[in-house]
Design a protein around this ligand. Structure first.
Ligand code: GCB
Length: 623
């Protein structure tokens, strides 16, 4: 060793490692839950209802991004949260300063949008990505300001001008954090660390059958409201007195009188909220036209507080279950539906826009449908808005899918939060008629306890809509299928997924099968189907051909017709969607091919079979 080097080594051992050693933190490799909690950013504020009709400043558009698989921008090399993380958006002040990132020189991603379909190198990426954008702003005098994120898959940590704003978990529901004290007049910047790392204890868990699209997948905007503002409200038709509109309002930041108006019905009321900012109301509405698929009437509803008029468009209808019937406005209805993923028509990737919603729901209309099952998580807000206008009924679901960590209380709390966020956003949408608490969950005591709590939560949050879940089935006898999952007892509507002719037996075997259940409740066959590659033709017994899928639909329809307690169906699925489980070259190529329409919009033969059947059903009065 060179003498000089040896001298340095002896005198200053810390320098040899090229940095000062950080003190060893109390917790080492695996920080305790308490230590993790102490690092947490603030929780989001209460969800603000109807953001789309408030005073907003869009932050959509290009955001700079940094891919950070090791979370270097958040944790130091001892896995401690950094004080100088990327959220500071630092730039060197002098040539000597060491700053190892630079948002300005980093490339951009479009928001809203997933990163996987925007960048080839991020197609399979699962981990953290930092988003940054700057904006100029002038806070309207006296107003409070919230940053609203429509969805960030899966976790998000938000900083405004370098200060912690909030964090959120759950990839398909929105959140907002108050930034009144953090935004400045003039130049601002916001940084959001989004991670789509899968976790066994998350909701959904680590194994699903859809693409794990990461990123800021829905609109991001600033919302400004008065210091006391209308945070949430419910307006619906009363049951069992359907000539009455009832509801409640919840203010944030104090209590002020609120004028509620439905001009077309000549309804004007002044509500005087209590000290907690809450008031409820009941008003007669004798001449009201009910919302229905045939006549999707919507009314302007206005709430005026000092400094804000919140306008909504609301349809009024009742939905209830009596025995084995589903009653819409008191009349039995058969739900002619199809399942949908939130996959963008014609281009793949996450859908986000009103245009996407119109295309997808336009196909449902073309099928002569009146219903869609939004699988397997809450879809973006445009879906329910477009469905309200188009006269389509919806099933909305949380991603409690397959094999959740049933015994983990934090997982249950997470599922409950997502359920509450889903209900809170869409409770005033007439189109949404069913809340679903999950899909194909196994029959075990721990899962039953978990799901029963979710059902109770859903009822508490919204007593006005039936609760369902998609259950599994088994054979009671060689040709008799039974739905007797004990969760059925808790539900209002039984959903059931079955794949006769695809994962089991042949399409023709459906002719032999009959169905039973101990529950005196309506059944929606919430899934059936099989894969077909658009344009691949052959005989009806050759897998992957359009003819196979067509034949499967014909036999399924024959079987379903014979189920006297069937009150709806949603075959799997409207459009081919990306899934990493689907690897068969030349056929699947990372797409689940059970769509009636390909990802490019090509209609397969089964589309016409279903369309024809739904036309027949629509022409008959419901049972
Ligand atoms: C199911 C699941 C759905 C899958 C589908 C399939 O039962 O609920 O998420 O994508 O089957 O294609 O296997």
């Amino acid at each position: 060793m060179h003498k000089a080097v040896m001298l340095v080594f002896l005198l200053a051992p810390a320098m040899v490692g090229c940095r000062d050693r950080a003190p060893v933190p109390a917790e080492t490799a695996a920080p305790s839950p308490a230590a993790e909690a102490s690092r947490a950013l603030p929780s989001p504020a209460g969800l603000i209802a109807n953001i789309e009709h408030r005073s907003t400043t869009s932050l959509n558009g290009p955001w700079h991004f940094i891919v950070d698989p090791y979370e270097t921008g958040y944790y130091d090399y001892r896995h401690q949260p950094r004080k100088d993380g990327y959220f500071l958006r630092a730039t060197p002040k002098t040539p000597r300063d060491l700053v190892e990132y630079d948002f300005e020189r980093s490339e951009t991603l479009q928001v809203p949008g997933d990163w996987n379909s925007q960048r080839k190198e991020l197609f399979y990426y699962e981990g953290a990505v930092w988003y940054e954008r700057s904006f100029t702003y002038r806070r309207p005098p006296g107003r409070r300001v919230f940053l609203s994120v429509g969805a960030a898959n899966y976790t998000a940590r938000v900083w405004m001008n370098g200060e912690a704003a909030c964090e959120h978990e759950g990839g398909f529901t929105g959140f907002n954090c108050e930034v009144t004290a953090l935004v400045k007049d003039g130049d601002n910047f916001v940084v959001i660390m989004v991670s789509n790392a899968r976790r066994r204890d998350a909701v959904p868990t680590d194994v699903t059958d859809w693409w794990n699209y990461g990123g800021l997948t829905r609109d991001v905007e600033l919302v400004d409201v008065p210091s006391t503002f209308l945070e949430d409200y419910s307006v619906q038709l009363a049951r069992p007195a359907p000539d009455t509109i009832e509801g409640w309002i919840q203010l944030n930041g104090g209590s002020v009188p609120v004028a509620m108006r439905i001009p077309e019905l000549k309804i004007t009321q002044t509500l005087q909220p209590d000290a907690a900012g809450r008031a409820s109301f009941r008003v007669p509405a004798p001449n009201l036209r009910r919302w229905s698929p045939e006549q999707p009437t919507l009314y302007d509803v206005e709430f005026e507080t000092p400094g804000e008029v919140v306008r909504d468009r609301i349809g009024f209808r009742t939905i209830e279950v009596r025995g084995r019937d589903i009653l819409l406005n008191g009349t039995p209805v058969f739900l002619r539906g199809v399942c949908l993923h939130e996959e963008a028509p014609l281009r793949s990737g996450r859908s986000a826009t009103e245009e996407d919603a119109k295309t997808a729901l336009g196909w449902v209309k073309e099928l002569n449908g009146n219903f869609a099952r939004l699988a397997h998580y809450p879809h973006n807000r445009n879906m329910a808005r477009v469905a309200d206008h188009a006269g389509l009924m919806l099933w909305s679901e949380i991603p409690v899918y397959w094999t959740i960590a049933w015994e983990n209380p934090a997982t249950l709390a997470n599922a409950k939060r997502q359920l509450a966020e889903m209900i809170r956003r869409d409770r005033n949408r007439a189109s949404v008629i069913i809340w679903s608490v999950g899909n194909e969950t196994p029959v075990t005591p721990a899962r039953l306890a978990f799901m029963t709590e979710l059902v109770a939560s859903a009822r508490e949050l919204d007593g006005g809509r039936p609760i369902a879940a998609a259950l599994e089935t088994h054979y009671a006898e060689p040709n008799v299928k039974i739905i007797d999952d004990p969760l059925g007892k808790e539900l209002d509507i039984i959903g059931c997924n079955e794949y006769v002719g695809w994962y089991e037996r042949t399409p023709e075997d459906a002719d032999l099968i009959s169905w039973k259940t101990p529950y005196d409740k309506p059944l929606i066959m919430s899934e059936f189907g099989g894969d077909a590659k658009a344009g691949l033709h052959g005989s009806a017994d050759a897998r992957w051909t359009e003819e196979y899928q067509e034949s499967l639909y014909r036999h399924q329809i024959g079987m379903l017709r014979r189920i006297d307690f069937l009150r709806g169906m949603t075959p799997w699925i409207l459009m081919d969607f990306r899934s990493p489980r689907r690897v068969l070259p030349g056929v699947q190529d990372n797409y689940n091919r059970k769509g009636l329409v390909s990802e490019k919009g090509e209609k397969k033969k089964a589309f016409a079979v279903l369309r024809e059947y739904y036309a027949q059903v629509a022409a008959q009065p419901a049972k």
